[in-house]
Design a protein around this ligand. Sequence first.
Ligand code: NAD
Length: 309
Amino acid sequence: MQYRQLGKTNLKLSTVSYGASPLGSVFRNISEKDGIKTVHKALDLGVNYIDVSPYYGATVAETVLGKALKGISRDKYILSTKAGRYGPDFPDFDFSEKRIRQSLTESCNRLGVDNVDILFLHDIEFGNMQQVKDEALPCLQALKDEGHIRYIGVTGYPLKVFSESIEAFDIDCILTYCRHGLHDISLKNIIPSLDEAGVGIINASPTGMGLLTERGAPEWHPGSKALLDASKRAVALCVSQGVDPTALALQYAMNHPSIASTVVGTANPLNIEKNVKWAENALNVELAEQVRRIFADVDCTWSSGYPEN
Ligand code: NAD
Protein backbone atom coordinates (compact mmCIF):
# COMPACT_ATOMS: atom_id res chain seq x y z
CA MET A 1 0.00 0.00 0.00
CA GLN A 2 1.22 3.48 -0.79
CA TYR A 3 0.58 6.50 1.42
CA ARG A 4 0.38 10.15 0.41
CA GLN A 5 0.50 13.41 2.29
CA LEU A 6 -2.84 15.22 2.52
CA GLY A 7 -2.07 18.84 1.61
CA LYS A 8 -0.42 20.72 4.47
CA THR A 9 -1.76 18.38 7.16
CA ASN A 10 0.48 15.84 8.80
CA LEU A 11 -1.81 13.02 7.72
CA LYS A 12 -0.47 10.39 5.34
CA LEU A 13 -3.43 8.60 3.79
CA SER A 14 -3.40 5.25 2.03
CA THR A 15 -3.83 6.00 -1.67
CA VAL A 16 -6.91 3.77 -1.69
CA SER A 17 -9.22 4.26 1.25
CA TYR A 18 -12.51 2.98 2.60
CA GLY A 19 -15.85 4.76 2.15
CA ALA A 20 -18.36 3.51 4.70
CA SER A 21 -21.62 4.62 3.06
CA PRO A 22 -22.43 1.02 1.97
CA LEU A 23 -22.51 0.10 5.69
CA GLY A 24 -25.73 2.14 5.77
CA SER A 25 -27.18 -0.09 2.98
CA VAL A 26 -27.27 2.80 0.51
CA PHE A 27 -26.50 0.62 -2.55
CA ARG A 28 -28.22 -2.62 -1.43
CA ASN A 29 -29.27 -4.22 1.84
CA ILE A 30 -26.06 -5.46 3.34
CA SER A 31 -25.20 -8.00 6.00
CA GLU A 32 -23.77 -6.22 9.05
CA LYS A 33 -21.39 -9.13 9.58
CA ASP A 34 -19.97 -8.75 6.05
CA GLY A 35 -19.76 -4.99 6.51
CA ILE A 36 -17.72 -5.38 9.69
CA LYS A 37 -15.49 -7.99 8.02
CA THR A 38 -14.91 -5.56 5.15
CA VAL A 39 -13.67 -2.86 7.52
CA HIS A 40 -11.32 -5.33 9.23
CA LYS A 41 -10.05 -6.61 5.90
CA ALA A 42 -9.40 -3.05 4.71
CA LEU A 43 -7.33 -2.25 7.81
CA ASP A 44 -5.45 -5.57 7.55
CA LEU A 45 -4.53 -4.71 3.97
CA GLY A 46 -3.03 -1.35 4.91
CA VAL A 47 -5.99 0.95 4.26
CA ASN A 48 -5.59 3.60 6.97
CA TYR A 49 -8.31 6.12 6.11
CA ILE A 50 -12.05 5.64 6.57
CA ASP A 51 -14.75 8.14 5.61
CA VAL A 52 -18.31 8.15 6.93
CA SER A 53 -21.21 10.51 7.66
CA PRO A 54 -24.32 10.56 9.85
CA TYR A 55 -26.26 10.87 6.58
CA TYR A 56 -25.32 7.38 5.32
CA GLY A 57 -28.26 5.13 6.09
CA ALA A 58 -29.57 7.80 8.52
CA THR A 59 -26.79 7.10 11.08
CA VAL A 60 -26.70 3.31 10.43
CA ALA A 61 -23.31 3.46 8.66
CA GLU A 62 -21.70 5.22 11.64
CA THR A 63 -23.24 2.73 14.05
CA VAL A 64 -22.02 -0.30 12.08
CA LEU A 65 -18.60 1.30 11.61
CA GLY A 66 -18.46 1.93 15.38
CA LYS A 67 -19.04 -1.80 15.96
CA ALA A 68 -16.28 -2.64 13.48
CA LEU A 69 -13.81 -0.23 15.11
CA LYS A 70 -14.48 -1.45 18.65
CA GLY A 71 -11.26 -2.73 20.20
CA ILE A 72 -9.06 -1.43 17.38
CA SER A 73 -6.35 0.92 18.54
CA ARG A 74 -7.20 4.52 17.58
CA ASP A 75 -3.77 5.05 15.98
CA LYS A 76 -4.49 2.33 13.40
CA TYR A 77 -6.86 4.47 11.37
CA ILE A 78 -7.54 8.04 10.24
CA LEU A 79 -11.24 8.83 10.46
CA SER A 80 -13.39 11.48 8.84
CA THR A 81 -17.04 12.13 9.38
CA LYS A 82 -19.29 14.99 8.40
CA ALA A 83 -21.90 17.41 9.67
CA GLY A 84 -24.68 19.38 8.04
CA ARG A 85 -26.47 16.68 6.01
CA TYR A 86 -28.77 14.21 7.76
CA GLY A 87 -31.21 11.42 7.05
CA PRO A 88 -34.99 11.32 6.91
CA ASP A 89 -35.38 11.37 10.71
CA PHE A 90 -33.73 14.78 10.98
CA PRO A 91 -34.10 18.06 9.16
CA ASP A 92 -32.20 17.24 5.96
CA PHE A 93 -29.61 20.01 6.15
CA ASP A 94 -28.53 22.12 9.09
CA PHE A 95 -25.29 24.09 9.01
CA SER A 96 -25.89 25.96 12.28
CA GLU A 97 -23.16 25.97 14.94
CA LYS A 98 -25.48 24.35 17.47
CA ARG A 99 -26.30 21.40 15.18
CA ILE A 100 -22.70 20.91 14.06
CA ARG A 101 -21.46 20.67 17.64
CA GLN A 102 -24.28 18.31 18.61
CA SER A 103 -23.70 16.26 15.44
CA LEU A 104 -19.99 15.74 16.17
CA THR A 105 -20.77 14.54 19.69
CA GLU A 106 -23.41 12.13 18.36
CA SER A 107 -21.06 10.85 15.63
CA CYS A 108 -18.24 10.24 18.14
CA ASN A 109 -20.68 8.33 20.37
CA ARG A 110 -21.85 6.13 17.49
CA LEU A 111 -18.30 5.58 16.29
CA GLY A 112 -16.99 4.89 19.81
CA VAL A 113 -14.17 7.43 19.50
CA ASP A 114 -13.18 10.56 21.43
CA ASN A 115 -12.36 12.58 18.34
CA VAL A 116 -12.22 12.41 14.56
CA ASP A 117 -9.25 13.38 12.43
CA ILE A 118 -11.25 15.32 9.84
CA LEU A 119 -14.69 16.88 10.14
CA PHE A 120 -16.25 17.87 6.82
CA LEU A 121 -19.26 20.04 6.19
CA HIS A 122 -21.34 17.63 4.12
CA ASP A 123 -22.50 18.81 0.67
CA ILE A 124 -22.41 22.53 1.27
CA GLU A 125 -24.19 23.31 -2.02
CA PHE A 126 -27.38 22.49 -0.09
CA GLY A 127 -26.62 25.13 2.51
CA ASN A 128 -26.88 28.87 2.59
CA MET A 129 -23.32 29.76 1.53
CA GLN A 130 -23.33 32.85 3.72
CA GLN A 131 -24.15 30.72 6.76
CA VAL A 132 -21.53 28.17 5.70
CA LYS A 133 -18.88 30.92 5.56
CA ASP A 134 -19.99 32.98 8.58
CA GLU A 135 -21.10 30.26 10.99
CA ALA A 136 -20.32 26.69 9.93
CA LEU A 137 -16.65 27.08 8.92
CA PRO A 138 -15.81 29.23 12.00
CA CYS A 139 -17.52 26.53 14.09
CA LEU A 140 -15.25 23.85 12.57
CA GLN A 141 -12.23 26.06 13.27
CA ALA A 142 -13.35 26.45 16.90
CA LEU A 143 -13.79 22.66 17.24
CA LYS A 144 -10.27 22.29 15.86
CA ASP A 145 -8.86 24.89 18.27
CA GLU A 146 -10.63 23.13 21.14
CA GLY A 147 -8.96 19.83 20.15
CA HIS A 148 -12.11 17.91 19.21
CA ILE A 149 -11.00 17.45 15.59
CA ARG A 150 -7.61 17.72 13.90
CA TYR A 151 -8.50 19.06 10.46
CA ILE A 152 -11.42 20.68 8.70
CA GLY A 153 -12.87 20.52 5.22
CA VAL A 154 -15.91 20.63 2.98
CA THR A 155 -17.53 18.18 0.60
CA GLY A 156 -19.82 18.77 -2.35
CA TYR A 157 -20.56 17.99 -5.98
CA PRO A 158 -20.33 21.38 -7.80
CA LEU A 159 -16.68 22.36 -8.10
CA LYS A 160 -17.51 26.00 -7.50
CA VAL A 161 -18.18 25.36 -3.80
CA PHE A 162 -14.54 24.38 -3.29
CA SER A 163 -13.17 27.50 -4.95
CA GLU A 164 -15.51 29.65 -2.85
CA SER A 165 -14.59 27.83 0.35
CA ILE A 166 -10.85 28.20 -0.11
CA GLU A 167 -11.28 31.89 -0.90
CA ALA A 168 -13.36 32.43 2.24
CA PHE A 169 -11.58 30.25 4.77
CA ASP A 170 -8.38 28.42 5.65
CA ILE A 171 -9.60 24.86 5.21
CA ASP A 172 -7.27 21.85 5.32
CA CYS A 173 -8.85 19.59 2.72
CA ILE A 174 -11.79 18.87 0.46
CA LEU A 175 -13.62 15.70 -0.40
CA THR A 176 -14.90 15.70 -3.97
CA TYR A 177 -16.84 12.90 -5.64
CA CYS A 178 -17.62 11.80 -9.19
CA ARG A 179 -15.50 14.63 -10.67
CA HIS A 180 -12.28 12.74 -11.35
CA GLY A 181 -12.88 9.37 -12.92
CA LEU A 182 -13.47 7.68 -16.25
CA HIS A 183 -16.81 9.44 -16.84
CA ASP A 184 -15.82 12.96 -15.76
CA ILE A 185 -12.40 14.61 -15.34
CA SER A 186 -13.53 18.16 -14.58
CA LEU A 187 -11.80 18.23 -11.19
CA LYS A 188 -8.60 18.98 -13.11
CA ASN A 189 -9.87 22.55 -13.60
CA ILE A 190 -9.52 23.35 -9.90
CA ILE A 191 -6.59 21.11 -8.89
CA PRO A 192 -3.95 23.86 -9.49
CA SER A 193 -5.72 26.32 -7.18
CA LEU A 194 -6.16 23.68 -4.48
CA ASP A 195 -2.49 22.70 -4.77
CA GLU A 196 -1.44 26.33 -4.59
CA ALA A 197 -3.47 26.85 -1.43
CA GLY A 198 -2.02 23.66 0.11
CA VAL A 199 -5.52 22.18 0.42
CA GLY A 200 -5.47 18.38 0.46
CA ILE A 201 -7.64 16.52 -2.06
CA ILE A 202 -9.60 13.37 -1.32
CA ASN A 203 -11.43 11.94 -4.32
CA ALA A 204 -14.45 9.74 -3.69
CA SER A 205 -16.64 7.52 -5.85
CA PRO A 206 -14.12 6.36 -8.47
CA THR A 207 -16.83 4.19 -10.03
CA GLY A 208 -19.11 7.24 -10.26
CA MET A 209 -21.40 5.80 -7.53
CA GLY A 210 -21.71 2.46 -9.27
CA LEU A 211 -21.72 3.63 -12.93
CA LEU A 212 -18.54 1.71 -13.73
CA THR A 213 -19.45 -1.54 -12.01
CA GLU A 214 -20.96 -4.68 -13.47
CA ARG A 215 -23.95 -4.29 -11.11
CA GLY A 216 -24.50 -0.81 -12.51
CA ALA A 217 -25.75 2.39 -10.88
CA PRO A 218 -28.38 2.28 -8.12
CA GLU A 219 -31.97 3.44 -8.82
CA TRP A 220 -31.36 6.79 -7.10
CA HIS A 221 -28.36 7.69 -9.26
CA PRO A 222 -28.74 11.36 -10.31
CA GLY A 223 -27.07 10.96 -13.74
CA SER A 224 -29.04 11.38 -16.98
CA LYS A 225 -30.24 8.44 -19.10
CA ALA A 226 -27.52 9.31 -21.61
CA LEU A 227 -24.87 8.97 -18.89
CA LEU A 228 -26.33 5.70 -17.58
CA ASP A 229 -26.48 4.29 -21.13
CA ALA A 230 -22.92 5.38 -21.91
CA SER A 231 -21.78 3.77 -18.66
CA LYS A 232 -23.42 0.48 -19.68
CA ARG A 233 -21.53 0.64 -22.99
CA ALA A 234 -18.29 1.36 -21.13
CA VAL A 235 -18.85 -1.59 -18.79
CA ALA A 236 -19.64 -3.87 -21.76
CA LEU A 237 -16.44 -2.76 -23.54
CA CYS A 238 -14.30 -3.54 -20.47
CA VAL A 239 -15.98 -6.92 -19.99
CA SER A 240 -15.50 -7.77 -23.68
CA GLN A 241 -11.76 -7.19 -23.18
CA GLY A 242 -11.62 -9.29 -20.03
CA VAL A 243 -11.06 -6.25 -17.78
CA ASP A 244 -13.16 -5.57 -14.69
CA PRO A 245 -14.65 -2.07 -15.22
CA THR A 246 -14.23 -1.26 -11.51
CA ALA A 247 -10.51 -2.04 -11.74
CA LEU A 248 -10.09 0.31 -14.69
CA ALA A 249 -12.21 3.01 -13.00
CA LEU A 250 -10.22 2.82 -9.77
CA GLN A 251 -6.82 2.82 -11.47
CA TYR A 252 -7.83 5.74 -13.68
CA ALA A 253 -9.14 7.80 -10.75
CA MET A 254 -6.02 7.16 -8.67
CA ASN A 255 -3.72 8.28 -11.44
CA HIS A 256 -3.15 11.88 -10.29
CA PRO A 257 -0.32 12.94 -7.96
CA SER A 258 -2.33 15.74 -6.30
CA ILE A 259 -5.01 13.34 -5.07
CA ALA A 260 -3.95 12.02 -1.67
CA SER A 261 -6.51 9.25 -1.47
CA THR A 262 -9.29 7.67 -3.53
CA VAL A 263 -12.28 6.57 -1.45
CA VAL A 264 -14.14 3.44 -2.59
CA GLY A 265 -17.21 2.06 -0.91
CA THR A 266 -18.10 -1.60 -0.49
CA ALA A 267 -19.55 -3.89 2.15
CA ASN A 268 -18.05 -6.98 0.57
CA PRO A 269 -14.69 -8.17 1.97
CA LEU A 270 -13.75 -9.73 -1.38
CA ASN A 271 -14.24 -6.40 -3.12
CA ILE A 272 -11.87 -4.61 -0.77
CA GLU A 273 -9.22 -7.25 -1.45
CA LYS A 274 -9.69 -6.73 -5.18
CA ASN A 275 -9.58 -2.94 -4.82
CA VAL A 276 -6.31 -2.99 -2.90
CA LYS A 277 -4.78 -5.38 -5.45
CA TRP A 278 -6.04 -3.35 -8.42
CA ALA A 279 -4.68 -0.16 -6.86
CA GLU A 280 -1.21 -1.66 -7.09
CA ASN A 281 -1.49 -2.61 -10.77
CA ALA A 282 -0.83 -0.34 -13.72
CA LEU A 283 -3.64 1.30 -15.67
CA ASN A 284 -4.49 -0.11 -19.10
CA VAL A 285 -4.04 3.29 -20.79
CA GLU A 286 -5.33 2.21 -24.18
CA LEU A 287 -8.58 0.81 -22.80
CA ALA A 288 -9.03 3.86 -20.55
CA GLU A 289 -8.77 6.10 -23.62
CA GLN A 290 -11.38 4.02 -25.46
CA VAL A 291 -13.73 4.30 -22.47
CA ARG A 292 -13.14 8.05 -22.20
CA ARG A 293 -14.19 8.37 -25.86
CA ILE A 294 -17.56 6.75 -25.00
CA PHE A 295 -18.23 9.64 -22.61
CA ALA A 296 -16.87 12.35 -24.94
CA ASP A 297 -20.24 13.59 -26.23
CA VAL A 298 -22.28 12.91 -23.10
CA ASP A 299 -23.15 15.44 -20.42
CA CYS A 300 -21.65 13.53 -17.49
CA THR A 301 -22.66 15.97 -14.75
CA TRP A 302 -25.92 16.67 -12.94
CA SER A 303 -27.26 19.48 -10.83
CA SER A 304 -26.86 19.31 -7.07
CA GLY A 305 -27.92 21.83 -4.44
CA TYR A 306 -29.26 25.34 -4.89
CA PRO A 307 -28.61 26.77 -8.38
CA GLU A 308 -26.93 29.87 -6.89
CA ASN A 309 -24.31 27.60 -5.29
P1 NAD B 1 -18.01 4.23 -5.38
O1 NAD B 1 -17.63 4.79 -6.68
O2 NAD B 1 -16.96 3.90 -4.40
O3 NAD B 1 -18.90 2.96 -5.73
C1 NAD B 1 -19.45 2.13 -4.79
C2 NAD B 1 -20.07 0.97 -5.56
O4 NAD B 1 -19.01 0.23 -6.16
C3 NAD B 1 -20.82 0.04 -4.63
O5 NAD B 1 -21.96 -0.42 -5.32
C4 NAD B 1 -19.82 -1.11 -4.43
O6 NAD B 1 -20.44 -2.33 -4.18
C5 NAD B 1 -19.12 -1.12 -5.78
N1 NAD B 1 -17.78 -1.70 -5.68
C6 NAD B 1 -16.76 -1.32 -4.88
N2 NAD B 1 -15.70 -2.13 -5.06
C7 NAD B 1 -16.06 -3.04 -6.00
C8 NAD B 1 -15.41 -4.14 -6.63
N3 NAD B 1 -14.16 -4.49 -6.32
N4 NAD B 1 -16.09 -4.84 -7.56
C9 NAD B 1 -17.36 -4.52 -7.90
N5 NAD B 1 -18.05 -3.48 -7.34
C10 NAD B 1 -17.39 -2.76 -6.40
O7 NAD B 1 -19.08 5.22 -4.73
P2 NAD B 1 -19.44 5.60 -3.26
O8 NAD B 1 -19.55 4.44 -2.35
O9 NAD B 1 -20.56 6.55 -3.39
O10 NAD B 1 -18.19 6.48 -2.80
C11 NAD B 1 -17.20 6.00 -1.94
C12 NAD B 1 -17.22 6.72 -0.61
O11 NAD B 1 -16.88 8.08 -0.81
C13 NAD B 1 -18.56 6.75 0.12
O12 NAD B 1 -18.78 5.55 0.82
C14 NAD B 1 -18.37 7.94 0.99
O13 NAD B 1 -17.58 7.60 2.11
C15 NAD B 1 -17.58 8.89 0.11
N6 NAD B 1 -18.47 9.84 -0.62
C16 NAD B 1 -18.69 11.05 -0.07
C17 NAD B 1 -19.55 11.94 -0.69
C18 NAD B 1 -19.79 13.28 -0.05
O14 NAD B 1 -19.21 13.58 0.95
N7 NAD B 1 -20.63 14.11 -0.60
C19 NAD B 1 -20.19 11.61 -1.88
C20 NAD B 1 -19.92 10.38 -2.44
C21 NAD B 1 -19.05 9.50 -1.80
